[in-house]
Design a protein around this ligand. Structure first.
Ligand code: SF4
Length: 317
């Protein structure tokens, strides 16, 4: 379980002040199929060193991702821009919440330097939610994309954005920066939004994905869901239909893992066979690519998956 105190901040600041007084929600015992590789080894350490040297934040660490040992050992990290404190308080998420500090103007260049130093063929850039900024952080995304294009012209770029709720014109500007993949996660089924993603709106997120496809049909769109929060299979299938109506190309589905006892309760572990069944159903509904397994995360194997996505589009043409 991740810590409740933000040790990185060098203080006793609670990482999730809004969750501190919530009752504990114990998780069921982890099944055998949730096995992760312990972080270690030369390449893992080299990735860590590049992240530290460039003073970067990764969602791999901030979200306590179970795949960090595997990904960092393959020089794959997902950079988190716009700081490390989020203005939302989603009940599933381990990213620290509170009032963020000002933007780091050097961050786009530092991300680009790290991408070039790591020799990445494909990079995923995500961010915290910044409701406090007039544009929700759109300009910072745009500058980061431009800096990566300049420093590493052959690297393909995937962005995993917040929802830019009530930030008129922001999404359009980010689409026009032309990332190769535009990812925005729906995270869960609409019935659970109020308890799991209280600051977000299901149909706004869906409309965002549709807007990307309307404005730039060549841009790949991607979205992800967690299961294990109490949703039914039928509800997941309805979300698949909604995403296909919005023209989304790539769906990821993974098991929710509870970061601490103060986070949303983990209702149950879906079995590997159930994930396989979801994958089959999603392909039948017309997604170009589907990744569904207990440890699937939206940025897991993103580079390999991008190559498969392009091949799937070419085959379907
Ligand atoms: S799956 Fe994504 S967030 Fe997790 S370690 Fe890999 S790159 Fe980082």
């Amino acid at each position: 379980m991740a810590t409740l105190i933000d040790a990185k901040a060098g203080s006793q600041r609670p990482r999730h002040p809004e969750k501190a007084n919530r009752p504990d929600a114990p998780s069921p015992r982890k099944p055998d199929w949730i096995r992760v590789r312990a972080p270690a080894g030369g390449v893992y350490e080299a990735t860590r060193a590049i992240v530290r040297e460039n003073k970067l934040v990764t969602v791999c660490e901030e979200a306590a991702c179970p795949n960090i040992g595997e990904c960092w050992s393959q020089r794959h990290a997902t950079f988190m821009i716009l700081g490390e404190v989020c203005t939302r308080a989603c009940s599933f998420c381990n990213v620290a919440t509170g009032k963020p500090s000002g933007l780091d103007a050097a961050e786009p260049q530092n991300v680009a330097k790290a991408v070039a130093a790591m020799g990445l063929a494909h990079v995923v850039v995500t961010s915290v939610d910044r409701d406090d900024l007039d544009d929700g952080g759109a300009q910072h995304f745009i500058e980061t994309i431009a800096a990566i294009r300049a420093a590493a012209p052959t690297t393909t770029i995937e962005i995993l954005t917040p929802d830019f709720l009530r930030k008129d014109g922001a999404v359009e500007r980010v689409i026009d920066a032309k990332p190769d993949v535009f990812n925005h996660n729906l995270e869960t089924v609409p019935r659970l939004y109020l308890s799991i993603r209280p600051g977000a709106r299901y149909f706004h997120s869906l409309r965002l994905l549709e807007k990307v496809k309307d404005r730039d049909p060549q841009q790949f769109t991607k979205s992800g869901l967690m299961v294990g929060l109490g949703e039914t299979k039928e509800e997941v299938m309805q979300v698949m239909d909604d995403l296909r109506s919005a023209g989304v190309d790539f769906l990821t589905i993974g098991q929710y893992l509870q970061p601490t006892r103060k986070h949303a309760a983990l209702e149950r572990y879906w079995t590997p066979d159930e994930f396989k069944a979801l994958e089959t159903i999603a392909y039948a509904k017309g997604f170009l690519m589907v990744s569904a397994s207990p440890l699937t995360r939206s940025s897991h194997h993103a580079g390999e998956d991008f190559a498969k996505l392009k091949a799937a589009r070419a085959a379907a043409a």
